[in-house]
Design a protein around this ligand. Structure first.
Ligand code: MSP
Length: 541
């Protein structure tokens, strides 16, 4: 059987009630690192990100700013778009942002292949089509809703869930009473539990899987999926069987979750993208949604239930990550510690360094702390000292002492064989496929540490006079080690890793995981460029 080499990964779509911050940067970077890794592994990758532009929260923010909601979302969506690859369509966006000339393009250096906005026509069409399918299958009914709603969380809460009259998240709640369409979520409990049981890897990490299973085991209530008290949303398609004179718009979560389907061309289920990325020919789901732990219930309970009700394939996996605190404190506007992505890049000394730190310092799934002290420590120890120094020392010695050419080597000694053996077994694939980013980085660092020990014991600087031939062999082995380290570092620190590969004169089409093999080992005699340091130290402030 040939392996499915199509990979579809998504970030949540971000609310445009406010500007981007560390949480948005983190999910986007985590997706990009995975997308780049899969590209290196020869996959055809679709990577979607975008903005969630409807709902009461955004409507309120636009009103507070006294700006028309469409203009408001154009403006804020633009700030999110400037973090990533803008993709097509931006030219028509008509944005007047006072920051327009100062915001750089793709500041997180991300390879997304689409950027979706829920106010786009293609999305309205998809959201209405999904609604219609669920309704035609008999899972939507009209009734009255009376209950608690949190605008900040865009979520309904039951009386029993409230803590001190607030949502369990600490958000304010308000009493809502209105006519509403409902989705018959309560009927999906058994089907969902059966699905989780048959697909124990559907939700990762395991602790989150258990959390979802026990939530569903506790019983599900039907879900209110439309609102009538404001109008900033996708209109509910007319329902001839259950007509109403009220104007209903969709609950923002049913609208937002549909974005993952919109981007693959839904409602056209014959489209190439749908059949390539949403599911395979047999209807097996292929999408991977990376999300924060706070929005797990929407993705792991509501979304599969909506899709089952619409008789559509489910995603393959939901990966939930933890939350960042800043210097040990919860990030919040009132504390005034909200960091923008550009501020974080400046603190880290570059985009590569920020990407590396975020993937290294927070074991995936756990919470992590963005502390400046730790940031400086990690960047200096791992990137500047361990990998940066190794590469700079070796390439400069080759440049100065080997005529700027990759040296030759003849006999391998035991120490050489040992390092080569460690190099050949260096792989991060297992860790990456488990979304264990920090584990993958540790493997690379461990090997770089071995290469540093080797350079210290072999001391090629001493061999230069005593035994130049041996010096050449040692430098060759080190240069080959650096080549492989740089190939593996590409998803994390794409700019620096590719600079190292450029310095080694590795052709651009020989930088994939397949090229780690010794069949593609460095060729002696090739000229290298004058090396320049790629990972500067950050000075402690
Ligand atoms: N619009 C919804 C998602 C709809 S997806 C169909 C939403 N948007 S959000 O902008 O509020 O949050 C987006 C993501 O940022 C979430 O995954 C959330 O977990 C993440 N983060 C927000 N603050 C965070 C931290 N402090 N740390 C890490 N991630 C956090 O939810």
């Amino acid at each position: 059987m040939t392996e499915n080499k199509n990979f579809y990964i998504t970030t949540p779509i971000y609310y445009v009630n406010d500007s981007p911050h560390i949480g948005h940067a983190y999910t986007t970077i985590a997706c990009d690192v995975m997308a780049r890794f899969k590209q290196l592994d020869g996959y055809d990758v679709k990577f979607l990100t975008g903005t969630d532009e409807h709902g009461q929260k955004v409507d309120k923010a636009a009103k507070a700013a006294d700006i028309d909601p469409q203009r408001f979302v154009d403006l804020i969506s633009y700030r999110f778009r400037s973090l990533v690859n803008r993709c097509i369509g931006y030219e028509n966006m008509n944005v007047e942002d006072e920051n327009e000339n100062t915001i750089k393009d793709n500041i997180l250096n991300v390879t997304n292949t689409d950027f979706i906005r829920t106010t786009e026509e293609r999305h309205k069409k998809a959201a209405q089509a999904l609604w219609k399918r669920i309704e035609d299958n008999g899972h939507i009914y009209l009734d009255n809703y009376g209950g608690w709603y949190s605008v900040r969380d865009e979520a309904y809460y039951q009386e029993s869930e409230l803590i001190d009259d607030k949502a369990p998240t600490g958000a304010e709640v308000e009493w809502v009473e209105e006519e509403s369409y409902f989705f018959d979520l309560s009927k999906w409990q058994d089907k969902l539990l059966e699905f989780y049981k048959e697909n124990p890897d559907f939700i990762t990490p395991k602790s989150r899987y258990n959390e979802v299973v026990s939530f569903v085991e506790g019983g599900l209530k039907d879900l209110s999926i439309s609102r009538t008290t404001f109008d900033w949303g996708v209109p509910v398609p007319t329902n001839d069987k259950q007509p109403t004179t009220n104007n209903h718009i969709m609950y923002v979560w049913i609208d937002a979750l549909t974005n993952y389907l919109t981007s693959v061309g839904f409602p056209d289920t014959d489209s190439g993208e749908y059949n390539k990325f949403w599911c395979d020919k047999k209807g097996t789901g292929n999408a991977i949604h990376i999300i924060g732990k706070d929005i797990l219930r929407f993705h792991a309970v509501y979304w599969p239930a909506f899709l089952m009700a619409a008789k559509l394939p489910l995603p393959k996996k939901i990966v939930a990550h933890g939350w960042w605190t800043i210097e040990g404190e919860k990030m919040s506007k009132s504390i005034g510690n909200v960091l923008s992505p550009s501020e974080m890049i400046a603190e880290a000394g570059g985009t590569d360094q920020l990407r590396y730190f975020m993937m290294r310092a927070m074991p995936f799934g756990n919470d992590g702390d963005f502390s400046r002290e730790r940031l400086v420590e990690v960047v200096n120890a791992d990137l500047a000292n361990n990998i940066g120094n190794l590469s700079q020392r070796v390439l400069s010695m080759i440049f100065k002492n080997c005529d700027g050419k990759i040296p030759e080597f003849f006999d391998l000694q035991d120490d050489d064989k040992k390092l080569m053996h460690q190099l050949q077994s260096l792989s991060i694939s297992k860790k990456m496929n488990e979304f264990n980013y920090s584990g993958a980085i540790e493997r690379i660092l461990h090997f770089a540490g071995k290469a540093n020990e080797y350079i210290d014991t072999q001391a090629p600087w001493k061999l230069r006079k005593e035994n130049p031939e041996r010096m050449e062999a040692v430098l060759y082995i080190l240069a080959e080690s650096i080549r492989c380290i740089a190939i593996l570092l590409q998803p994390f620190t794409p700019i620096a890793a590719n600079k190292i590969l450029d310095q080694l004169a590795i052709p651009e089409d020989e930088r994939m995981l397949a090229h780690l093999s010794d069949k593609y080992a460095l060729k002696s005699g090739i000229s290298i460029d004058k090396p320049e340091g790629v990972f500067p130290r950050i000075e402690k402030k």
